[in-house]
Design a protein around this ligand. Structure first.
Ligand SMILES: [Ca+2]
Ligand SMILES: [Ca+2]
Ligand SMILES: [Ca+2]
Ligand SMILES: [Ca+2]
Length: 316
């Protein structure tokens, strides 16, 4: 399975190994603070949203043969009277801690605003930020420079992506199976897919450690996304617990929930959504939540009644 540069795991691992590099190499410039970069990014993004528009008129009244691709342009000249992106944008705020990005700055809960626009609402439901999704996407810098794309529908697990991307896609609606059209060239289209735009500050993207040289450090990012379908209650580690329920602290981020962190080997650490034995007691999570016939027991068993279900409680 191919995740392109949206893969975040390697990024975190790389950072962890960097932190241990204490053997006299050239002194690295310490990364900027989230609390400095976040307000600057937000100002840059708001400026962009106020001075640019997308082809909303084509989405509202589709011309013959319209390809439903979002095109962004500057509000100027003959386009001086276009409606700015800001008027269509909605936003959600996430509190980001420096540890999310593998940084040791000790910053907690720095507010970051994610902006999104739904150019065409999908005919189906919305995925969660932990689901596996079928989509096309194009990532660009604010100046339009592309850095990653998939032009045909691709399966992608959102939980492996940067936080701004997974949570932005979760704001969209997918298409429906009965709207799949087989094209003469062997590809397929989904007539009622959701089409949208996600604009994120760098703290919800790659911050100081971009995965490609095309992306500068601290760069806000744009993703154009077409969401075709998703797997409801995706269970990445097949342990019986949907990945969305493995975000134990409910902060929209799955990599900071690792129940057995203290007992896992340094290079074998797995966040709960990727760990089939969440409490590290040697008994698979699936066995700790199933009856003898293999059926999942809801609510999950808590043998000693301490409020922690057995699969998260190494004492049980
Ligand atoms: Ca979390
Ligand atoms: Ca673990
Ligand atoms: Ca798990
Ligand atoms: Ca266990």
């Amino acid at each position: 399975m191919k995740y392109g540069i949206l893969v975040f795991i390697c990024f975190a691992v790389t950072l962890l190994s960097c932190k241990n590099d204490d053997n006299g190499g050239p002194e690295a410039i310490p990364p900027s603070l989230l609390s400095d970069v976040a307000p600057e990014d937000d100002e840059t993004i708001r400026e962009f949203l106020n001075t640019h528009f997308y082809n909303y008129e084509e989405f509202e009244t589709p011309p013959e043969g319209f390809d439903y691709r979002i095109v962004i342009d500057t509000i100027a000249g003959e386009n001086a009277d276009k409606r700015p992106l800001m008027e269509d944008a909605e936003s959600i705020t996430f509190n980001v801690s420096s540890s999310f990005l593998g940084l040791s700055a000790g910053e907690e809960n720095i507010a970051h605003k994610l902006y999104y626009i739904e150019a065409r609402e999908g005919g189906g439901e919305s995925p969660t930020y932990a689901d596996s999704t079928l989509l096309k996407y194009e990532g660009t810098l604010l100046n339009g420079t592309p850095f990653d794309q998939r032009a045909e529908f691709t399966w992608q697990e959102l939980s492996f992506s940067v936080q701004g991307y997974s949570n932005g896609v979760a704001k969209m609606k997918a298409g429906t199976p009965d709207q799949i059209i087989d094209n003469p060239d062997g590809t397929y289209s989904i007539a009622d897919s959701g089409i949208g735009l996600i604009i994120m500050p760098s703290g919800l993207g790659y911050f100081h450690n971009p995965t490609t040289s095309v992306i500068p450090r601290y760069a806000p990012l744009i993703f154009k996304v077409e969401l075709g379908a998703f797997v409801e209650d995706t269970d990445s580690d097949n342990d019986g617990i949907p990945s969305i329920d493995e975000d134990l602290n409910g902060n929209g981020y799955l990599l900071d929930d690792n129940t057995d962190f203290d007992v896992e080997p340094f290079n074998g650490r797995l966040a709960n959504f990727r760990d089939p034995d969440d409490d590290g007691d040697g008994i698979p999570t699936r066995d700790e939540i199933s009856d003898e016939n293999g059926n999942i027991i809801i609510p999950y068993p808590d043998s000693d009644g301490d409020g922690v279900p057995d699969y998260l409680d190494p004492d049980n």
